[in-house]
Design a protein around this ligand. Structure first.
Ligand code: ADP
Ligand code: MG
Length: 254
């Protein structure tokens, strides 16, 4: 791969809830067209960071840049336009169970009102077949398996052809086979659409097999950003602890 340009730059980002300072000056650059993992312990502020990147939370101080645009202090109009270029894949539960697969996947274009229905239908069909769910448009979401639900959620995240796709713990709670399937979906997304992928995770195995870049958040700051190899070889004690902890959990089947 050629050298990647920065897609998102976060500078000195701080966020406190009440007395609890969660982000204590986060600095990180996420690379365009790459799979960027953000990892760290449970409760470490990964989802809070992701919510800042997607404009769902605003920082107490610091800056967030998408290309040459600063979003943290910008008006909501600019943010709405940017949001259309973002796809979000949340953990389980974000699908509408009583609706069909096609209705779920078509939700973003319907909501934004920017796509012709015939174009929406064509994209739904194409995405489902790319994701191995050809012809399942009319299935009820409540009838689907866990892996199928993930794929529907991914189709919905991709239908607006986002420039950046955010995945919050996409494999947490899935069995190993499904986790591997989701990992392939992430790599496919990068390769097929050239989208920038931002994956929040605490899954050390996925980091080492899927990530192009990995950033570890610890005690409210990013203590390492580099390749999986940099991460593996790091001598920083908190990085070593994280790797060892992950391996022990894997050995115990957790
Ligand atoms: N809206 C909120 N109000 C108060 N505290 C919050 C809020 N969102 C997150 N937190 C706290 O911030 C910390 C980090 O949470 P989170 O980012 O969800 O962790 P994780 O790294 O597991 O995703 C937690 O202690 C959580 O309780
Ligand atoms: Mg989280």
């Amino acid at each position: 791969m050629t050298e990647a340009a920065p897609e998102i730059r976060v500078k000195a980002l701080r966020k406190t809830f009440g007395e609890h300072e969660v982000l204590k000056g986060v600095d990180v650059t996420l690379l365009a067209g790459r799979v960027n993992f953000v990892i760290g312990r449970s409760g470490g502020g990964k989802s809070v960071l992701l919510k800042h990147l997607t404009g769902l939370l605003s920082p107490d101080s610091g800056e967030i840049w998408f290309g040459d645009r600063e979003i943290s202090s910008g008006g909501s109009r600019g943010l709405n336009e940017l949001r259309r270029k973002m796809g979000l894949l949340f953990q389980e539960g974000a699908l509408f169970d009583s609706l069909s697969v096609a209705e779920n996947v078509s939700f973003p274009p319907w909501y934004h009102g920017t796509m012709r229905p015939s174009e929406t239908a064509r994209r739904v069909k194409d995405l489902l077949s790319e994701l191995g769910m050809e012809g399942r448009e009319d299935a009820r979401v409540s009838e689907l398996s866990g892996g199928e639900r993930k794929r529907v959620a991914l189709a919905r995240a991709l239908i607006m052809e986002p420039r950046v796709v955010f995945f919050d713990e996409p494999t947490t709670g899935l069995d190993p086979i499904l986790s591997t399937q989701v990992d392939s979906l992430i790599l496919n997304t990068r390769d097929r659409t050239g989208a920038t992928c931002v994956v929040v995770s605490h899954d050390i195995a996925a980091v080492l097999t899927v990530a192009d870049q990995v950033s570890l958040i610890h005690d409210g700051v990013m203590i390492l950003t580099g390749t999986p190899k940099d991460f593996r070889n790091s001598a920083i004690p908190a990085v070593r602890d994280f790797i060892t902890g992950g391996e022990e959990a894997a050995a115990l089947g957790g």
